[in-house]
Write a protein that binds this ligand. Structure first.
Ligand SMILES: [Zn+2]
Length: 227
């Protein structure tokens, strides 16, 4: 028997308690071909990329969430019901998804994240993935628009250090602000964030990413000279 790359599973909606089916990629399946400087993975089989199935969407109420979403409070539930569910026409994303379908799912998750007042670094993670998916579609205008939104969200997160205790470190947040700014040709911003990493008091603890920051800082300086 051949094992398929994906499988269906049933989830219970945290907002309306409806049970719905969603597709997941088997953990053992994806083979990484390349990781970009902003951590976007290219898989050997992009048709079955885990990025396509990261967001779960309830077919009945439209609530969209991921494994990293915060729990939904009763106040948030009421807001989601009013702003999402009342306008939602039952629609399932529980089957094989195209990149375009996945982008729709992420946009729903972004809207729900904003309605829930979720932490900025969680929102930024969703925005960043949308920019990656547009990159995969070669849509540079939308890719850049979402990179700029990601930078904005990470800057807000950095200003209030809200990622303390999460899997995001300050250096990682600074790196992403720097690298996404570079990709958007905002060279001064990129340089100022890379320089903060190199001078950071935790630089010794995260040598790998500090080294990457040094390399990207050098690349940014060269690119800035050409513009
Ligand atoms: Zn629901």
């Amino acid at each position: 028997m051949t094992i398929t790359p994906t499988f269906s599973r049933t989830l219970k909606c945290p907002c309306c308690s409806n049970s719905f089916s969603t597709v997941n990629v088997r953990i053992s399946y994806p083979k990484t071909v390349e990781v970009s400087t902003d951590f976007c993975v290219t898989y050997q089989d992009e048709v079955n990329s885990p990025y396509l199935y990261y967001v779960n969407v309830c077919n009945l109420c439209g609530y969209a969430f991921t494994k990293n979403s915060s729990l939904i409070s009763s106040i948030s539930k009421a807001i989601i019901q009013k702003e999402v569910s009342e306008k939602w026409r039952p629609r399932s994303f529980g089957d094989i998804r195209s990149v375009e379908d996945a982008i729709t799912c992420y946009k729903l998750a972004i809207y729900c994240s904003i309605l829930k007042n979720e932490k900025y670094y969680i929102l930024a993670g969703l925005l960043l993935r949308v920019s990656w998916l547009y990159r995969k579609l070669n849509n540079q205008v939308e890719e850049e628009r979402f990179m700029l939104k990601t930078v904005e969200a990470y800057k807000k997160s950095y200003d209030i250090a809200e990622y303390v205790g999460s899997e995001m470190s300050e250096i990682r947040v600074l790196f992403l602000i720097g690298e996404l700014s570079r990709r958007c040709k905002l060279y001064e911003d990129a340089i100022s964030h890379f320089s903060k990493i190199v001078a950071h008091s935790n630089a010794q603890l995260e040598k790998g990413i500090v080294e990457k920051a040094r390399q990207q800082w050098q690349i940014t300086r060269e690119e800035a000279k050409k513009h």
